[in-house]
Design a protein around this ligand. Structure first.
Ligand code: NAD
Ligand code: UDX
Length: 480
């Protein structure tokens, strides 16, 4: 029986390995992590992450050929294939701070693999890493390997949160990069055989190591760039009276462009896009390509502009101040169907409103009060450094209350901002909400989920991203 061990039981390691275990009953899969609470949660009825369909997959395999453990060394030692799916956050200090990927977690995993291994292994980069990381990993492994043969493969993950299980069941493609030597090609074949249990062969792409590593950064950069492009258009739509939904539909009908991933928003969030583009920017700079670096940096700049533009619109509409006004925030996760708040645009929007002394009442169906308070009291880029954070307990931001119902959040509020596109926000009783709010009652829809015309009939002043402005909003122009 082939044995797989995955280091890192996070948003990628957990679901990916659960699906491998489900689709490959002949393979034993162990997912290991240094975080005891995380592993305990994987072994309980309350999984550490919310992901549609995940619980069902885990329940089918856990205890049969899927195991979650903190005994990292034992499982690495026994494995034939070791996936490394640890976090690769943006560096917060030192050389490249604010841009480069922090490979501390990766390096310590690689050193541990070298230390405990007693047999040949295939080591798979599952984390998103800078191009050429495999070379560094090879050096660590071969300098400490006691004659053991390690083959490094790059097998980046393309799942999106909220649809992880669907994406893993039917991936657009699986990408495997390896050395062009006979040993490298043999390792590629071994990993390909794992995926071939359920992925059609034509969807498994094999490349050299550097192409695989760079393709992951490129894919995320292209995706994020589409959102920044449509968000840039949304600002122009508001200025001209065009409707961004109509523009993006018309543009996306061109089969060369395609209709997916063209939804305007208050900005993209999530643990990947910003981190991976900053990483790309840094790699370009290090390779003497400042123009290319600047091109990609603009994607982040537009995203930051979109968030601050949204905050400015709120403040400007409400007589240029939100000081001591109650603002209801509906949705805090970075997208629907996840409880993940990493780099969610809600953090920057809430901080912007708090900067103008608003009182916030926040409701999200999947995010806890603890998490929201932690996010709002943390410095930029600190969020994905769990080892730095462990000793810190979240300090409370006093102007923020977190409630468990959209009606409680909006009661007596001066304005409502919708920051995540949860389906339940579409079917709220807005007449009831209006009746319980201060007047004039404002709704700022950062995801274009509500029917603005219907809300205007009730009496709301409504701002929808990229849509023609109300007379009220036109009279109160926001300066970004
Ligand atoms: P995560 O923070 O949810 O999980 C990483 C886990 O690794 C944590 O539980 C941490 O405790 C553990 N860990 C760190 N160092 C360790 C060590 N030395 N030994 C054992 N465990 C260790 O991160 P994630 O969202 O799963 O992302 C992991 C990687 O996958 C990142 O590089 C990310 O860019 C990439 N990725 C993420 C997504 C996504 O949607 N989240 C999608 C594709 C790729
Ligand atoms: C992304 C990539 O899609 C995935 O392939 C990669 O493996 C990890 O990063 P994820 O961040 O989980 O996945 O979610 P995604 O669906 O890409 O959304 C990212 C952000 O963009 C969210 O905040 C989302 O709301 C926003 N978004 C997405 C838009 O604003 N408009 C869109 O049209 C699509």
């Amino acid at each position: 029986m082939v044995k797989i061990c995955c280091i890192g039981a996070g948003y990628v390691g957990g679901p990916t390995m659960a699906v491998i275990a489900l689709k490959c009953p002949d393979i034993e899969v162990a997912v290991v992590d240094i975080s005891v609470p995380r592993i305990n949660a994987w072994n309980s009825d309350q999984l550490p992450i919310y992901e549609p369909g995940l619980e069902d997959v885990v329940k089918q395999c856990r205890g049969k050929n899927l195991f979650f453990s903190t005994d990292v060394e034992k499982h690495v030692c026994e494995a034939d294939i070791v996936f490394v799916s640890v976090n690769t956050p943006t560096k917060t200090r030192g050389l490249g701070a604010g841009k480069a990927a922090d490979l501390t977690y990766w390096e310590s995993a690689a050193r541990m693999i070298a230390d405990v291994s007693k047999s040949d292994k295939i080591v798979v980069e599952k984390s998103t890493v800078p191009v050429k990381t495999a070379e560094a990993i090879e050096k660590i492994l071969t300098h400490n390997s006691k004659g053991i043969n390690f083959q490094i493969l790059s097998n980046p993950e393309f799942l999106a949160e909220g649809t992880a299980i669907e994406d893993l069941f039917k991936p657009d493609r699986v990408l495997i990069g390896g050395r062009e030597t006979p040993e490298g090609q043999k390792a590629i074949k071994t990993l390909k055989d794992v995926y071939a249990h359920w992925v059609p062969e034509e969807n498994i792409i094999t490349t050299n190591l550097w192409s695989a590593e760079l393709s992951k950064l490129a894919a995320n950069a292209f995706l994020a760039q589409r959102i920044s492009s449509v968000n840039a258009m949304s600002a122009l739509c508001e200025a001209t009276g065009a409707n961004v939904t109509e523009v993006s539909y018309a543009v996306g009908k061109d089969t060369r462009i395609g209709s997916k991933f063209l939804n305007p928003s208050v900005g993209f969030g999530g643990s990947c896009f910003q981190k991976d583009i900053l990483n790309l920017v840094y790699i370009c700079e290090c390779n003497g390509l400042p123009e290319v670096a600047e091109y990609w940096r603009q994607v982040i700049k537009i995203n930051d502009y979109q968030k601050s533009r949204f905050v400015n619109r709120i403040v400007a509409s409400m007589f240029n101040t939100v000081s001591n006004k109650k603002i209801a925030v509906l949705g805090f996760a970075f997208k629907k169907d996840t409880g993940d708040t990493r780099e969610t645009p809600a953090i920057d929007v809430c901080k912007g409103l708090l900067g103008d002394k608003a009182r916030l009442s926040i409701y999200d169906p999947q995010v806890t009060e603890d998490q929201i308070q932690r996010d709002l009291s943390m410095n930029k880029f600190d969020w994905d450094h769990p080892l730095h954070l462990q000793p810190m307990s979240p300090s409370t931001v006093k102007q923020v209350s977190v409630v468990w119902d959209a009606y409680a959040a909006t009661k007596d509020a001066h304005g409502v901002c919708i920051l995540t596109e949860w389906n339940e926000f579409k079917t709220l009783d807005f007449q009831k909400i209006y009746d319980n709010m201060q007047k004039p009652a404002f709704i700022f829809d950062g995801r274009n989920v509500v029917d603005a015309e219907k809300l205007r009939e009730i009496g709301f002043i409504v701002y929808s991203i990229g849509k023609p402005l109300d007379a009220w909003l036109k009279d109160m122009p926001a300066v970004a």
